[in-house]
Write a protein that binds this ligand. Structure first.
Ligand code: FES
Length: 123
């Protein structure tokens, strides 16, 4: 598989996840603190959509029981969740405000450095 275009940069509001489907996987795209992240939209503790939780300090908090998942690594930093949520590599077509945003659900973002794409200051 290769990266799939899922939205444009200007469709992403700061700290409000956008849910997209990529190759049959539901993914939450998060724009926060000058970067983009992609995380599977399912808590590892139960079948709950993480996109309905709050974004805070590069974490996405599950609204059901409060586990917070690191958007860079997918690792929960608090119980009751103990398993990672998959995070995926995100890329941009350009630094334009309406650039296409790509996600590759076959590429584990926790294994690459940097684990996210920075958003340019243009526009
Ligand atoms: S369902 Fe997400 S922490 Fe329990």
């Amino acid at each position: 598989m290769s990266p799939v275009a899922v939205c444009t940069l200007d469709q992403l509001d700061e700290d409000f996840p956008l849910v997209v489907q990529v190759d049959g996987v539901e993914v939450a795209i998060v724009r926060t603190q000058g970067a983009l992240y992609a995380i599977k939209n399912e808590c590892s503790h139960a079948d709950v959509a993480l996109s309905e939780g709050e974004v805070d300090d590069c974490h996405l908090e599950c609204w059901m029981h409060g586990s917070r998942f690191n958007l860079r690594t997918g690792v929960p930093d608090s119980l009751p969740a103990t398993r990672n949520v998959p995070v995926y590599v995100v890329s941009l077509e350009s630094d334009a405000p309406n650039s296409a945003v790509f996600v590759d659900v076959t590429a584990d973002a926790s294994l690459v450095s940097p684990p996210s794409v920075s958003i340019g200051l243009k526009g």
